[in-house]
Design a protein around this ligand. Structure first.
Ligand code: ZN
Length: 319
Protein backbone atom coordinates (compact mmCIF):
# COMPACT_ATOMS: atom_id res chain seq x y z
CA UNK A 1 0.00 0.00 0.00
CA UNK A 2 1.42 3.41 -0.90
CA UNK A 3 1.36 6.46 1.31
CA UNK A 4 -1.32 8.00 -0.88
CA UNK A 5 -3.55 4.96 -0.36
CA UNK A 6 -3.14 5.29 3.40
CA UNK A 7 -4.27 8.87 3.28
CA UNK A 8 -7.72 7.92 2.02
CA UNK A 9 -8.08 4.46 3.50
CA UNK A 10 -8.60 4.58 7.25
CA UNK A 11 -9.98 1.06 7.64
CA UNK A 12 -8.17 -1.50 9.73
CA UNK A 13 -6.27 -3.88 7.43
CA UNK A 14 -8.38 -6.70 6.08
CA UNK A 15 -11.68 -4.99 6.97
CA UNK A 16 -14.32 -5.40 4.27
CA UNK A 17 -16.71 -2.63 3.57
CA UNK A 18 -20.32 -3.55 2.97
CA UNK A 19 -23.07 -1.33 1.60
CA UNK A 20 -26.76 -1.65 0.80
CA UNK A 21 -27.83 -1.11 -2.78
CA UNK A 22 -31.59 -0.71 -3.08
CA UNK A 23 -33.32 -1.12 -6.40
CA UNK A 24 -35.80 1.58 -7.45
CA UNK A 25 -36.14 0.81 -11.17
CA UNK A 26 -39.66 -0.67 -11.02
CA UNK A 27 -40.90 2.66 -9.62
CA UNK A 28 -38.43 5.42 -10.51
CA UNK A 29 -37.68 3.73 -13.83
CA UNK A 30 -41.00 2.46 -15.11
CA UNK A 31 -42.80 5.70 -14.26
CA UNK A 32 -40.63 7.62 -16.68
CA UNK A 33 -41.11 5.38 -19.68
CA UNK A 34 -43.08 7.07 -22.46
CA UNK A 35 -44.94 3.82 -23.15
CA UNK A 36 -46.82 1.91 -20.50
CA UNK A 37 -45.07 -1.39 -19.77
CA UNK A 38 -47.42 -4.39 -19.76
CA UNK A 39 -48.19 -5.62 -16.26
CA UNK A 40 -46.91 -9.20 -16.86
CA UNK A 41 -43.60 -7.74 -18.10
CA UNK A 42 -43.26 -5.64 -14.95
CA UNK A 43 -43.98 -8.67 -12.79
CA UNK A 44 -41.39 -10.79 -14.63
CA UNK A 45 -38.74 -8.07 -14.31
CA UNK A 46 -39.40 -7.55 -10.59
CA UNK A 47 -39.30 -11.31 -10.03
CA UNK A 48 -35.92 -11.41 -11.78
CA UNK A 49 -34.64 -8.58 -9.57
CA UNK A 50 -35.99 -10.45 -6.55
CA UNK A 51 -33.56 -13.27 -7.35
CA UNK A 52 -30.59 -10.89 -7.64
CA UNK A 53 -29.84 -10.40 -3.95
CA UNK A 54 -31.42 -7.00 -3.20
CA UNK A 55 -32.71 -6.51 0.31
CA UNK A 56 -35.23 -3.94 -0.87
CA UNK A 57 -37.00 -3.16 -4.13
CA UNK A 58 -39.29 -0.19 -4.69
CA UNK A 59 -42.12 -1.85 -6.57
CA UNK A 60 -45.03 0.58 -6.78
CA UNK A 61 -46.28 4.09 -6.25
CA UNK A 62 -49.60 5.30 -4.92
CA UNK A 63 -49.55 8.51 -6.91
CA UNK A 64 -52.93 9.15 -8.62
CA UNK A 65 -53.26 6.97 -11.75
CA UNK A 66 -54.37 9.94 -13.89
CA UNK A 67 -51.11 11.70 -12.93
CA UNK A 68 -48.89 8.64 -13.45
CA UNK A 69 -50.72 6.18 -15.71
CA UNK A 70 -47.50 4.14 -16.10
CA UNK A 71 -47.89 2.95 -12.50
CA UNK A 72 -51.68 2.58 -12.38
CA UNK A 73 -51.35 -1.21 -12.09
CA UNK A 74 -49.38 -0.97 -8.82
CA UNK A 75 -51.76 -3.08 -6.76
CA UNK A 76 -51.90 -5.80 -9.39
CA UNK A 77 -48.10 -5.80 -9.55
CA UNK A 78 -47.85 -6.04 -5.75
CA UNK A 79 -50.34 -8.91 -5.71
CA UNK A 80 -48.60 -10.91 -8.43
CA UNK A 81 -44.87 -10.56 -7.80
CA UNK A 82 -43.02 -13.38 -6.09
CA UNK A 83 -39.90 -12.26 -4.30
CA UNK A 84 -37.99 -14.06 -1.52
CA UNK A 85 -38.94 -13.24 2.09
CA UNK A 86 -35.73 -11.29 2.70
CA UNK A 87 -36.67 -8.73 0.03
CA UNK A 88 -38.52 -5.77 1.49
CA UNK A 89 -41.14 -4.47 -0.90
CA UNK A 90 -41.30 -0.68 -0.80
CA UNK A 91 -44.08 1.58 -2.03
CA UNK A 92 -43.90 5.31 -2.65
CA UNK A 93 -46.72 7.39 -1.18
CA UNK A 94 -47.26 11.07 -2.08
CA UNK A 95 -50.00 12.09 0.38
CA UNK A 96 -52.66 10.90 2.83
CA UNK A 97 -55.03 9.92 0.04
CA UNK A 98 -52.31 7.74 -1.47
CA UNK A 99 -51.66 6.26 1.96
CA UNK A 100 -55.38 5.39 2.32
CA UNK A 101 -55.11 3.43 -0.92
CA UNK A 102 -51.85 1.77 0.06
CA UNK A 103 -53.13 0.64 3.44
CA UNK A 104 -56.05 -1.15 1.77
CA UNK A 105 -53.42 -3.65 0.62
CA UNK A 106 -51.17 -3.27 3.62
CA UNK A 107 -50.03 -6.91 3.62
CA UNK A 108 -48.44 -6.58 0.18
CA UNK A 109 -45.43 -4.49 1.24
CA UNK A 110 -43.10 -3.87 4.18
CA UNK A 111 -41.82 -0.30 3.69
CA UNK A 112 -43.42 3.03 2.86
CA UNK A 113 -41.38 5.86 1.35
CA UNK A 114 -42.61 9.44 1.76
CA UNK A 115 -41.08 12.28 -0.21
CA UNK A 116 -40.80 16.01 -0.67
CA UNK A 117 -38.68 18.28 -2.85
CA UNK A 118 -36.27 20.63 -1.13
CA UNK A 119 -37.45 23.50 -3.33
CA UNK A 120 -40.95 25.00 -3.47
CA UNK A 121 -41.04 25.20 -7.24
CA UNK A 122 -40.06 21.59 -7.84
CA UNK A 123 -42.40 20.34 -5.12
CA UNK A 124 -45.29 22.28 -6.63
CA UNK A 125 -44.56 21.08 -10.15
CA UNK A 126 -44.10 17.50 -8.97
CA UNK A 127 -46.97 17.07 -6.48
CA UNK A 128 -48.79 20.41 -6.60
CA UNK A 129 -48.33 21.38 -2.97
CA UNK A 130 -46.08 23.62 -0.94
CA UNK A 131 -43.20 22.09 1.01
CA UNK A 132 -44.95 23.08 4.26
CA UNK A 133 -48.20 21.37 3.23
CA UNK A 134 -46.28 18.23 2.32
CA UNK A 135 -44.33 18.16 5.58
CA UNK A 136 -47.48 18.70 7.66
CA UNK A 137 -48.97 15.67 5.90
CA UNK A 138 -45.73 13.73 6.52
CA UNK A 139 -46.18 14.08 10.28
CA UNK A 140 -49.72 12.65 10.02
CA UNK A 141 -48.76 9.90 7.57
CA UNK A 142 -45.70 8.92 9.59
CA UNK A 143 -47.84 8.09 12.63
CA UNK A 144 -50.20 5.99 10.53
CA UNK A 145 -47.36 4.08 8.87
CA UNK A 146 -45.71 3.30 12.21
CA UNK A 147 -49.05 2.29 13.75
CA UNK A 148 -49.31 -0.32 10.99
CA UNK A 149 -45.89 -1.63 11.96
CA UNK A 150 -44.46 -0.80 8.55
CA UNK A 151 -40.99 0.54 7.86
CA UNK A 152 -40.90 4.31 7.28
CA UNK A 153 -38.39 5.69 4.79
CA UNK A 154 -38.20 9.07 3.11
CA UNK A 155 -36.64 10.81 0.16
CA UNK A 156 -35.83 14.47 -0.33
CA UNK A 157 -35.82 15.27 -4.03
CA UNK A 158 -33.60 18.02 -5.48
CA UNK A 159 -31.31 17.72 -2.44
CA UNK A 160 -28.29 18.79 -4.46
CA UNK A 161 -29.93 21.60 -6.39
CA UNK A 162 -33.19 22.52 -8.08
CA UNK A 163 -33.50 23.00 -11.83
CA UNK A 164 -35.82 25.97 -11.22
CA UNK A 165 -34.42 27.62 -8.11
CA UNK A 166 -30.74 26.60 -8.34
CA UNK A 167 -28.64 25.99 -5.24
CA UNK A 168 -30.48 24.82 -2.13
CA UNK A 169 -28.45 25.37 1.08
CA UNK A 170 -27.38 22.06 2.66
CA UNK A 171 -28.85 23.00 6.02
CA UNK A 172 -32.24 23.75 4.45
CA UNK A 173 -32.28 20.20 3.03
CA UNK A 174 -31.19 18.81 6.40
CA UNK A 175 -33.96 20.76 8.19
CA UNK A 176 -36.41 18.70 6.12
CA UNK A 177 -34.45 15.55 6.90
CA UNK A 178 -34.81 16.29 10.62
CA UNK A 179 -38.55 16.69 10.18
CA UNK A 180 -38.69 13.26 8.52
CA UNK A 181 -36.68 11.80 11.40
CA UNK A 182 -39.09 13.41 13.88
CA UNK A 183 -41.95 11.80 11.98
CA UNK A 184 -40.31 8.43 12.62
CA UNK A 185 -38.37 7.80 9.41
CA UNK A 186 -35.41 5.52 10.11
CA UNK A 187 -33.88 6.17 6.73
CA UNK A 188 -33.58 9.37 4.74
CA UNK A 189 -32.63 9.40 1.09
CA UNK A 190 -31.16 12.39 -0.68
CA UNK A 191 -32.18 12.49 -4.31
CA UNK A 192 -30.17 14.24 -7.00
CA UNK A 193 -33.36 14.24 -9.00
CA UNK A 194 -32.12 16.17 -12.00
CA UNK A 195 -28.40 15.40 -11.84
CA UNK A 196 -27.01 18.60 -10.36
CA UNK A 197 -24.60 17.12 -7.80
CA UNK A 198 -20.84 16.91 -8.18
CA UNK A 199 -18.39 14.82 -6.14
CA UNK A 200 -16.88 17.71 -4.17
CA UNK A 201 -20.32 18.92 -3.15
CA UNK A 202 -21.48 15.39 -2.29
CA UNK A 203 -18.53 15.01 0.10
CA UNK A 204 -19.41 18.23 1.89
CA UNK A 205 -23.12 17.37 1.89
CA UNK A 206 -22.77 13.94 3.49
CA UNK A 207 -20.19 15.12 6.04
CA UNK A 208 -22.70 17.72 7.23
CA UNK A 209 -25.62 15.26 7.04
CA UNK A 210 -23.84 12.72 9.27
CA UNK A 211 -23.10 15.51 11.77
CA UNK A 212 -26.73 16.57 11.98
CA UNK A 213 -28.46 13.19 11.78
CA UNK A 214 -26.55 10.73 13.93
CA UNK A 215 -28.13 7.29 14.07
CA UNK A 216 -30.30 7.77 10.98
CA UNK A 217 -29.52 5.70 7.89
CA UNK A 218 -28.68 8.13 5.09
CA UNK A 219 -29.14 7.01 1.50
CA UNK A 220 -27.59 8.45 -1.65
CA UNK A 221 -29.91 8.49 -4.65
CA UNK A 222 -28.07 9.82 -7.68
CA UNK A 223 -29.23 10.31 -11.21
CA UNK A 224 -26.77 10.13 -14.06
CA UNK A 225 -28.29 13.04 -15.95
CA UNK A 226 -24.91 14.60 -16.63
CA UNK A 227 -22.71 11.52 -16.35
CA UNK A 228 -21.47 12.23 -12.83
CA UNK A 229 -23.55 9.59 -11.05
CA UNK A 230 -20.83 7.06 -10.24
CA UNK A 231 -18.34 9.76 -9.25
CA UNK A 232 -20.97 11.10 -6.87
CA UNK A 233 -21.62 7.61 -5.47
CA UNK A 234 -17.88 7.19 -4.85
CA UNK A 235 -17.75 10.54 -3.06
CA UNK A 236 -20.72 9.53 -0.89
CA UNK A 237 -19.07 6.18 -0.08
CA UNK A 238 -15.86 7.87 1.00
CA UNK A 239 -17.86 10.30 3.15
CA UNK A 240 -19.23 7.29 5.03
CA UNK A 241 -22.47 6.58 3.21
CA UNK A 242 -23.40 2.88 3.18
CA UNK A 243 -26.83 3.01 1.53
CA UNK A 244 -27.51 3.67 -2.14
CA UNK A 245 -30.49 3.63 -4.46
CA UNK A 246 -30.14 2.92 -8.15
CA UNK A 247 -32.09 1.65 -11.10
CA UNK A 248 -31.32 -1.39 -13.27
CA UNK A 249 -30.63 -0.50 -16.88
CA UNK A 250 -30.16 3.16 -15.85
CA UNK A 251 -33.92 3.53 -16.15
CA UNK A 252 -35.58 6.45 -14.48
CA UNK A 253 -35.60 10.18 -14.33
CA UNK A 254 -38.05 12.74 -13.14
CA UNK A 255 -41.34 13.89 -14.69
CA UNK A 256 -40.21 17.52 -14.40
CA UNK A 257 -38.41 19.13 -16.11
CA UNK A 258 -38.03 17.38 -19.46
CA UNK A 259 -34.60 15.84 -20.05
CA UNK A 260 -34.19 14.60 -16.47
CA UNK A 261 -32.79 11.23 -17.43
CA UNK A 262 -32.08 8.05 -15.51
CA UNK A 263 -30.81 7.00 -12.13
CA UNK A 264 -27.33 5.54 -12.00
CA UNK A 265 -27.47 1.99 -13.31
CA UNK A 266 -27.54 -0.56 -10.51
CA UNK A 267 -25.26 -2.91 -12.41
CA UNK A 268 -22.67 -0.16 -13.01
CA UNK A 269 -22.76 0.83 -9.34
CA UNK A 270 -22.52 -2.77 -8.11
CA UNK A 271 -19.73 -3.45 -10.60
CA UNK A 272 -17.74 -0.47 -9.30
CA UNK A 273 -18.25 -1.47 -5.67
CA UNK A 274 -17.26 -5.09 -6.28
CA UNK A 275 -14.15 -3.97 -8.18
CA UNK A 276 -13.22 -1.82 -5.19
CA UNK A 277 -13.71 -4.73 -2.80
CA UNK A 278 -16.90 -3.24 -1.35
CA UNK A 279 -19.50 -5.96 -0.75
CA UNK A 280 -23.13 -5.53 -1.76
CA UNK A 281 -24.55 -9.05 -1.52
CA UNK A 282 -25.89 -8.56 -5.03
CA UNK A 283 -25.48 -10.99 -7.88
CA UNK A 284 -24.02 -8.77 -10.61
CA UNK A 285 -24.55 -11.23 -13.45
CA UNK A 286 -28.21 -11.72 -12.50
CA UNK A 287 -28.71 -7.93 -12.31
CA UNK A 288 -27.16 -7.44 -15.75
CA UNK A 289 -29.47 -10.16 -17.08
CA UNK A 290 -32.49 -8.40 -15.57
CA UNK A 291 -31.40 -5.12 -17.17
CA UNK A 292 -30.99 -6.86 -20.53
CA UNK A 293 -34.50 -8.27 -20.15
CA UNK A 294 -35.76 -4.73 -19.51
CA UNK A 295 -34.02 -3.64 -22.69
CA UNK A 296 -35.86 -6.39 -24.60
CA UNK A 297 -39.19 -5.40 -23.11
CA UNK A 298 -38.71 -1.71 -23.87
CA UNK A 299 -37.39 -2.37 -27.34
CA UNK A 300 -34.73 0.31 -27.15
CA UNK A 301 -31.09 0.51 -26.13
CA UNK A 302 -30.66 1.37 -22.47
CA UNK A 303 -27.77 3.56 -21.36
CA UNK A 304 -26.24 1.27 -18.72
CA UNK A 305 -22.60 0.46 -19.47
CA UNK A 306 -22.52 -3.01 -17.94
CA UNK A 307 -25.30 -4.38 -20.10
CA UNK A 308 -23.08 -3.65 -23.09
CA UNK A 309 -19.70 -4.66 -21.66
CA UNK A 310 -20.76 -7.36 -19.19
CA UNK A 311 -19.03 -7.92 -15.87
CA UNK A 312 -15.23 -7.54 -15.73
CA UNK A 313 -13.41 -10.83 -15.84
CA UNK A 314 -10.70 -9.92 -13.35
CA UNK A 315 -11.54 -7.94 -10.30
CA UNK A 316 -10.42 -6.29 -7.16
CA UNK A 317 -7.65 -3.92 -6.23
CA UNK A 318 -4.26 -5.51 -7.01
CA UNK A 319 -1.95 -5.58 -3.98
ZN1 ZN B 1 -34.83 9.13 -8.62
Amino acid sequence: MTTTDKAVDNRTPGETRRVHVREVGPRDGFQNEPETIATPDKIALINALGQSGFDRIEVASFVRPDVLPQLADGVEVLRSIEVPDHVRRQVLVPNSKGLDNALRVRDLFEDVALFVSSSQTHNRKNINRTVEETMADVQVMGKRVLAEDLGLCSVIATSFGCPYEGHVPIDDVLDLAEQFAEAGATEIGFGDTTGMANPAYVTRFFQRAFERLPGVELTAHFHNTRGQGLANAYAALEAGCTSFESSFGELGGCPVPAGSTGNIATEDLVSMFHEMGVETGIDLVATIEAAREAQEVLGRKLTSHSIVAGPVLWGGVPA
